[in-house]
Design a protein around this ligand. Structure first.
Ligand code: CA
Ligand code: CA
Length: 225
């Protein structure tokens, strides 16, 4: 599991870094911007109040994030195609579309078919500022493709394959079915504590907390912004 989870996390960290760059770039711009631009989100003060209460970001951070989000996505929502295009830029040697599809569904927590600013902030708040349990819950939800509360072997196989596709044939030149199966078996060996063939959220959290590598990679998020 750990190498698979690490690769998933690396993808997310890369994505978060790009967000960080986005935020930093916008922050630098702030110094030369006038007050009008600084208050770009003020037309939705109630929404901002709510987000401030529900997320781990303060008002100023939310304004900066919103401006970055609107810069990248002027329509205010990200559909799956756009999300795939943005995410694929970080994996030029591979095909990130399948993994981006799973990631999109994890960001789109209401399963509305698009990521709104609120969805974006909720996910970032968890990934960057959430508790360990919140981060693990989010990751579990990403792996639980059909969202039934269990990770089964088919889902883990699909995730591992998607990660290999994303990393590209240059990184993993001879990835065979056997290797995928080995990763999936290792994941279940470690995570499926009661050996019933599925991994529950409790099993996932317990197993991850026992694994120093996973814990370290979760902390990485906190250093991104
Ligand atoms: Ca499932
Ligand atoms: Ca189990």
């Amino acid at each position: 599991m750990s190498s698979c989870a690490k690769r998933c996390k690396h993808g997310l960290v890369k994505f978060a870094r790009s967000v960080s760059r986005l935020v930093t770039g916008t922050l630098i711009k702030d110094r030369v911007c006038d007050d009008l631009e600084l208050s770009v989100v003020c037309h939705r003060p109630e929404a901002l109040d709510l987000l401030e209460a529900q997320s781990n970001f303060n008002r100023k951070e939310l304004q900066v994030l919103y401006r970055g989000f609107k810069n990248e996505c002027p329509s205010g929502v990200v559909n799956e195609e756009t999300f795939k295009q943005i995410y694929s830029q970080f994996f030029p040697h591979g095909d990130a579309s399948t993994y981006a599809h799973y990631l999109f569904n994890a960001f789109d927590s209401s399963q509305s078919g698009s990521i709104k600013f609120e969805d974006f902030v909720t996910a970032l708040s968890i990934l960057l500022r959430g508790t360990t349990t919140e981060k693990l819950q989010w990751t579990f939800n990403l792996y639980d493709i059909n969202k039934d509360g269990y990770i089964n072997k088919e889902e883990m196989t699909d995730i591992v394959k998607a990660i290999y596709d994303m990393m590209g044939r240059f990184t993993y030149p001879a990835m065979k079915t056997d290797t995928t199966r080995q990763h999936v078996d290792a994941f279940f060996q470690k995570m499926d504590k009661n050996r019933d063939g599925v991994v529950t959220l409790d099993e996932f959290i317990l197993s991850c907390q026992e694994d120093e590598n996973i814990m370290r990679s979760l902390q990485l998020f906190e250093n991104v912004i």
